[in-house]
Design a protein around this ligand. Structure first.
Ligand code: M6R
Length: 611
């Protein structure tokens, strides 16, 4: 959600602001804007545009700004439609801010501030911040006190960067509930939502902790805690970051990322297994050293939640302990019973998902003695910094909003994790673990072949030309895969789709079946094949169009289905890694046929940093 950047530099910051926003456009693309200050006499200059960043870039060509201090924002709307007047930065005559988060008491503050003369121009919650800050400036001669009071009056979550019109040498910042970091390099000092935004510019970084705030000049940085006490500065070397590469010859990032999956599978296997076939997680020693847990709780959102659901089948079979999987937004508010000897596993591509982070914090508050482990693609993210251990996903930057390679990376890492615990629990011996690892290696080869033959998925698209929705069915680990297939289709083609446990289909959704409802059936030999085929016949008998994704040879497939996608056979762990591929192509191809924006679908953002 919303990317924010603030820069103070020796040079004009316009180009750097726009470049930083470009790397954070995945956080939201409803509108974008920058505000710059040249000197105390010139006043604040603000340019904002609705829609993607390219519109702002066009506007800045017509109307370039000058100044060595500036803030910028790319928006994912929470309050107020995506319009120019709701775009950030928001300003008064004397100061301007950009904000990521939600100000929960904005309505009450707005009413109060209006009574004292505030003139609101937007429908956003964020616009109360500059008016409140301006009001506090009139009440406190000390500007530190004024900013602290402003922050303490706000309820909710925020990452803020701000500047004051009279002071071109000072960049203000604050963090509570939304990610924010400071960075510095030869060109200046930065405040940003994401280290990627300053990857080419900064040599050192400092991740702000909850409640921290302060200001920076080019020479000095001051950070305070919620009480206003000084906090020691903890600059650290900027982590090596693979900057987002371009799309190459691919039409979309999503397509490129689909094609990267065999590389990702191999990188994960290389990172966590050795030639003898043993599994080791160097950034999560407790897995190897502690006694096994009596219970595992897995918490995540969206696609990451689906990956967790798959792992439950793997872990429960071999570890023989209860594995509970919950969406983070439910877990954090349902007063969960946790108990001792429990590990919390969080899964997140970004490591900044607000609900997942809060679920982790709740777990740690309730049972600080229990261990927490993050499966995450961003090793310097908030989730990782706050967890006891990390299993890094090595997927590389994922730009397409619809997750593909990060999802299968999660599956691969979870499969290795399950195998390691199975071995520690003596449910599998070394030889058996080696065989499963080999099957995971074969999965990379199988996916290579599927990608080379991806034209076979083209025929599926026309089945969706008159569809009013779609149903995805599977059993066992293919059930969460069905959920994921449906989510992918919804996200990028805007077609209503449901994933269902095939055995549940008779309990309701079968009523939806007609000739314009394609039903995607995932029938793999590993997971209750006969029962899934019976479910297929039940929907087929009611006139549904059937797309069968199966590892059965053609000769053994049921007849008269509308399309068959044959995939190579995997084992208990590797099968979902192979079966994900046709689902990804299905959603990609349908989206293309509908002409939607594949990489930046409407209403979505890559990183959901508000609850
Ligand atoms: O970064 P996270 O994995 O925590 O994100 C969770 C979800 O927001 C994410 O998986 C979302 O569902 C994707 N758009 C799926 O394609």
């Amino acid at each position: 959600m919303c990317g924010i950047i603030g820069i103070i530099s020796h040079n004009n910051v316009q180009h750097m602001l726009v470049q930083a926003l470009k790397t954070m456009e995945y956080r939201g693309y409803d509108s974008a804007g920058i505000c710059m200050l040249e000197d105390a006499a010139s006043g604040l200059k603000n340019v904002k545009e609705k829609g993607k960043l390219q519109h702002l870039q066009q506007a800045l060509k017509q109307q370039p700004l000058t100044g060595n201090l500036g803030i910028g924002h790319t928006r994912w709307a929470t309050h107020g439609k995506p319009e120019v007047r709701n775009a950030h930065p928001h300003q008064t005559a004397t100061l301007a801010i950009v904000h990521n988060g939600i100000i929960e008491n904005h309505q009450a503050l707005r009413t109060e501030l209006q009574q004292t003369g505030a003139n609101f121009l937007s429908d956003t919650d964020s616009e109360v911040i500059p008016w409140l800050w301006q009001q506090q400036r009139t009440q406190f001669s000390n500007e530190k006190e004024a900013f602290l009071h402003t922050l303490n009056t706000l309820k909710g979550a925020y990452a803020i960067a701000g500047l004051q019109a009279h002071d071109p040498d000072k960049l203000w910042f604050a963090r509570r509930g939304s990610p924010l970091l400071l960075a510095r390099g030869s060109s200046g000092v930065f405040v940003a939502s994401d280290a990627l935004a300053v990857a080419g510019e900064a040599d050192e970084v400092m991740y702000l902790q909850e409640g921290e705030w302060g200001w920076t000049t080019l020479e000095d940085t001051y950070v305070f805690d919620v009480q206003g006490k000084s906090v020691a500065l903890k600059w650290q070397a900027m982590p090596h970051m693979v900057s987002a590469t371009d799309k190459g010859d691919y039409a979309h990032y999503m397509l490129k990322e689909i094609h990267e999956q065999p590389r990702v599978y191999r990188d994960i296997l290389h990172a966590y297994t050795d030639v003898s076939g043993s599994v080791h997680f160097p950034q999560a020693d407790f897995i190897h050293n502690d006694t096994l847990p009596k219970r595992i709780i897995m918490v995540a959102c969206g696609t990451s939640y689906h990956a967790a659901l798959t792992a439950r089948y793997w872990l429960e079979r071999y570890l023989k302990v209860p594995v509970e999987v919950d969406v983070a937004s439910e877990f954090r508010y349902r007063d969960p019973v946790i108990g001792d000897h429990t590990w919390l596993i969080t899964l997140s591509q970004s490591g900044e998902t607000a609900d997942t982070l809060e679920a982790l914090r709740l777990f740690k508050r309730r049972t600080p003695h229990n261990k927490t482990l993050a499966f995450c693609n961003v090793p310097h993210s908030s989730l990782v910094r706050e967890s006891d251990g990390l299993i890094e996903l090595y997927a590389g930057p994922e730009i397409g909003v619809a997750s593909t390679k990060a999802y299968t990376a999660q599956l691969m890492a979870l499969a290795l994790f399950s195998l390691q615990l199975a071995q520690q629990n003596q449910a599998l011996d070394t030889k058996e673990v080696q065989q499963h690892i080999q099957a995971l290696q074969y999965a990379a080869d199988h996916v290579d072949v599927l990608l080379q033959e991806s034209h076979q998925f083209d025929m599926l698209t026309q089945i969706f030309s008159h569809a009013h929705g779609a149903l995805f069915l599977g059993r066992g680990p293919c059930y969460p895969l069905a959920l994921e297939g449906a989510l992918k289709l919804k996200e990028i083609s805007y077609l209503h789709a449901e994933g269902y446990a095939a055995g549940e289909m008779k309990h309701g959704p079968i009523a939806l079946v007609d000739k314009n409802l394609p039903v995607v059936v995932l029938a793999l030999r590993q997971y209750h094949l006969d029962k899934v085929i019976s479910n297929l016949h039940e929907v087929q008998a009611r006139g549904a169009k059937i797309i069968l994704i199966t590892d059965l040879p053609k000769s053994e497939c049921p007849q008269d289905v509308d399309a068959i996608v044959n995939i190579p056979e995997g084992d208990f762990f590797s099968a979902p890694l192979i079966a994900s591929i046709p689902l990804q192509f299905l959603s990609y191809n349908v989206a293309r046929s509908k002409g939607t924006d594949v990489d930046q679908p409407r209403n979505l953002a890559k990183s959901v940093t508000v609850e």
